[in-house]
Design a protein around this ligand. Structure first.
Ligand SMILES: [Zn+2]
Ligand SMILES: [Zn+2]
Length: 264
């Protein structure tokens, strides 16, 4: 049990996931305030000063809100693609030159005993990526903000021990909801967000004996409900012969509080 994976917050209101070993502590995104991130880390008994890196998926504010303050206050290196750095610009303040680090899709980045691999995702930002993280022969993947599932995503998600996958919206709720049509079109589009059904189909297709735990996350506040996302995905999995329960666990990543910390 040397590796820990814990979504700290997940949803359209902010996203951040902690992954750590005894020696290394990283975040994937920090999309709520620094103060909130620190509180979530405290619950895990992780000192923010011990963070070795923050990996950013893309420049939308629900992924970067706390990144600037965290980096300045605790002197944390921030990793993102060149396009994402361009998109971040000065939205969350200046970064110390030495803490601006670059990642490139499909190129592994080693931080002590953790290896992080970014891979391309279709989303409406400059150069978005998702991340697979390898530590102690375990694989953990955080894949949210996905317009549609690509072969690249399938290849990278496959055989993850733990996966955080987007289940952003219920298509009917979104279509019948109050969002203006251009926004609905954006979310439903090729570079928008993944629906509950798409998440269920993806999980069913990619389920291997290795995957023990999947979180559904990045739920829309307006166009989804946790129980609806869970039941929709569970139903699709069971239709495809995947039993949810003892060996394979499906859980919801909580919007405002730490989710279950998975230890591997
Ligand atoms: Zn986004
Ligand atoms: Zn997002």
């Amino acid at each position: 049990m040397d590796v820990k994976f814990c979504p700290l917050v997940s949803g359209s209101s902010g996203n951040s996931t902690y992954i750590g070993t005894k020696h290394t502590h990283i975040l994937i995104d920090a999309g709520v305030s620094c103060k909130q991130i620190v509180e979530h880390l405290n619950e895990l008994h992780v000192n923010p000063e011990d963070l070795d890196a923050i990996f950013v998926t893309h420049e939308h504010i629900d992924h970067i809100k706390g990144v600037g303050v965290l980096s300045r206050k605790y002197d944390i290196p921030v990793y993102a693609t060149p396009g994402t750095w361009e998109g971040i610009g000065s939205t969350v303040g200046e970064f110390s030159h030495k803490n601006i680090r670059y990642v490139y899709k499909d190129e592994q980045c080693v931080i002590n005993d953790i290896c992080v691999k970014p891979f391309e995702i279709p989303h409406d930002t400059i150069e978005p990526v998702a991340y697979s993280v390898f530590a102690e022969d375990k694989k953990m993947t955080v894949a949210t903000d996905i317009g549609h599932i690509t072969d690249t995503i399938k290849e990278n998600v496959y055989e993850s021990d733990v996966l955080l996958l987007e289940a952003n919206h219920d298509i009917e709720m979104l279509k019948n909801g109050s969002y203006p049509w251009p926004l609905k079109k954006r979310i439903l589009g090729d570079k928008g967000h993944l629906s509950n059904v798409a998440a269920g189909e993806t999980l069913s297709e990619l389920m291997s004996g290795k995957t023990k735990f999947a979180f559904l996350g990045h739920l829309s506040n307006e166009n989804n409900e946790p129980h609806l996302a869970y039941e929709t995905v569970k139903k699709i999995l069971e239709k495809n012969g995947v039993k949810v329960g003892t060996y394979f666990k499906l859980d919801m990543a909580a919007r405002y509080s730490n989710s279950l910390a998975v230890e591997l």
